[in-house]
Design a protein around this ligand. Structure first.
Ligand code: GAF
Length: 387
C-alpha cells in the first residue's frame, strides 16, 4: 500500500503501522445476470484485479475501533460495543459489519485499521462489497473469529441491508469473496451452489467504460424494482402456493397472470425470466468459446435492462449504442444496479486504445462529461495475509 499524498488526518501512531493482517479485497464485474440475484435467479460475476487494501493490528484497548481511510484522508474512532450510524456513508459499511459480527455472538477487541481503495465509487463495480467483505475478513483473521467464507458473504450482505439500508442481493459479496482467477462464477442465488466457468475470451479483453454519472434515483428505483417483482410473486402465490420467488415462475404462468400483475410488473418479471435464460446460454457460449453468441447475449441483456426493467440511463445507452456497429466489439451492456456507472465491453485487445479515444470524444461532445476506461481481469476473491 503506497502512502497517499495528503495524510493530514492520519493519527501520528499510524505513521509507523506494523500490520498483523493485510487484506486485498476485490471489486467485481458481472458478465451477465443483472437484477436476478434478489429474484433467486442466476448471475455470472467475478472478482477483478482492482481492490481495496487493508492493514489491521490489535490495539491495547478492549473496545476501541480506529480506522483511517487514505482514500478520503478521513479518520474515525468508535466504541465497538456501542455501534451507531454515522453521517459518513463509507463508515456505515464498516460499522454495519461490526454490528453483524457481534450479532453472531463473536467477541471483538480494540483494533486499528488503515485502508486504501483503487475502486471508483458509484461505478457499478461494488466498492461497497469489497469494503464490507475485506473488513469482515480482516477482523475474522485478526481475532480468530472462526467465520467461514460463506459467513462473511452473508453477514456483509446483511450489513448492507440492515445498516446501510440498501436492499441488495448476494451477488456482489459472493463474487468479492469466492472468485477464482481467470474464471467467472455461475451462481444459483437460490441454492447458492456455484460453478467456475473458465473466462475463455481469446483475443478479447473486458473493458469497463465509466459514464462517470451516478443518478440519484439508483437506490430508490432499485428497491422499487425489487418490490415490483415481489408483489408479482405474491399475486402468483395466491394460486400457486409453492412459488417462493420469481425463479420458480415459468413463462406460461407469468402470462396467465399478466392482467392481474399489470403491464409494468409483467415487463419486469419477463425481463428476469429471460435474463436467467441468458445466463444459462452464456455458460454454453463461454464453454464453446463462441464470442459472437456471448456478445449477442450481452446486448440482449442491455436491451432488457433498458426497455423492460428500465434501470439504464441515456449515458449508458449511448455507450452501448455506439459500440454496436463496431466489429471488434462483441458485446456491451450496462453493469450493476444501473442509472449510471459502467458498461462492460467484450472487445478485441488491440483495439482498446483507439476505440477509447473515439468514444471519449463523442461522449464528451454529447454529455460534456469525460468517460473513464478501466481494463479488468477476472481475479481471485479476498486475499488475507498474516504478516
Ligand atoms: C447491485 C446489487 F448490490 C446486487 O445485489 C445486484 O442486485 C445488482 O445491483 C444488479 O444485478 O450491484
Amino acid at each position: 500500500m503506497e502512502q497517499a499524498n495528503n495524510t493530514s488526518n492520519m493519527p501520528e501512531d499510524f505513521k509507523s503501522f506494523k500490520a498483523e493482517i493485510e487484506v486485498a479485497s476485490p471489486g467485481r464485474i458481472n458478465l451477465i445476470g443483472e437484477h436476478t440475484d434478489y429474484n433467486h435467479g442466476f448471475v455470472m460475476p467475478t472478482a477483478i484485479d482492482k481492490k481495496i487494501y487493508f492493514k489491521f493490528r490489535k490495539n491495547s484497548s478492549s473496545n476501541l475501533g480506529r480506522i483511517y481511510s487514505e482514500t478520503f484522508d478521513a479518520y474515525v474512532e468508535f466504541n465497538t460495543q456501542k455501534i451507531t450510524k454515522s453521517t459518513n456513508s463509507w463508515e456505515n459499511y464498516l460499522l454495519g459489519v461490526i454490528d453483524e459480527i457481534q450479532k453472531l455472538g463473536k467477541k471483538l477487541q480494540g483494533f486499528d485499521c488503515i485502508m486504501k481503495s483503487e475502486l471508483p465509487i458509484g461505478a457499478g463495480i461494488s466498492s461497497s462489497a469489497a469494503l464490507e467483505c475485506g473488513f469482515a475478513g480482516g477482523l475474522n483473521s485478526l481475532f480468530n473469529l472462526e467465520l467461514t467464507q460463506m459467513d462473511i458473504v452473508k453477514l456483509s450482505q446483511r450489513a448492507e441491508n440492515n445498516f446501510v439500508g440498501s436492499n441488495c442481493g448476494i451477488m456482489d459479496q459472493f463474487a468479492s469473496v469466492m472468485s477464482k482467477k481467470d474464471h467467472f462464477i455461475k451462481l444459483d442465488c437460490e441454492s447458492l451452489e456455484s460453478e467456475f466457468i473458465p473466462a475463455k475470451i481469446k483475443h478479447c479483453k473486458l473493458l469497463l467504460l465509466n459514464t462517470n454519472v451516478s443518478h440519484n434515483l439508483a437506490d430508490s428505483e432499485y428497491n422499487t424494482r425489487r418490490k415490483e417483482c415481489e408483489d408479482a410473486v405474491a399475486i402468483i402465490q395466491q394460486k400457486y402456493k409453492e412459488v417462493k420467488s420469481l425463479r420458480q415462475v415459468s413463462f406460461s404462468v407469468l402470462e396467465e397472470f399478466r392482467q392481474e400483475i399489470g403491464e409494468t410488473s409483467f415487463k419486469r418479471c419477463q425481463y428476469v425470466l429471460e435474463e436467467n435464460e441468458r445466463v444459462r446460454q452464456t455458460e454454453e457460449a463461454l464453454r464453446d468459446g463462441n464470442l459472437i453468441a456471448l456478445g449477442e447475449l450481452m446486448y440482449a441483456s442491455h436491451r432488457g435492462l433498458q426497455h423492460q426493467y428500465e434501470v439504464s440511463c441515456p449515458e449508458l445507452d449511448f455507450l452501448v449504442d455506439f459500440s454496436e456497429d463496431k466489429a471488434f466489439i462483441y458485446g456491451s451492456r450496462m453493469m450493476g444496479g444501473g442509472f449510471g456507472g459502467c458498461t462492460i465491453n467484450l472487445i478485441e485487445a488491440d483495439k482498446i486504445d483507439a476505440y477509447f479515444e473515439e468514444v471519449k470524444k463523442v461522449y464528451q461532445e454529447k454529455f460534456n462529461i469525460t468517460p473513464t476506461a478501466i481494463t479488468v481481469v477476472p481475479d481471485a476473491g479476498t486475499q488475507i495475509t498474516k504478516v
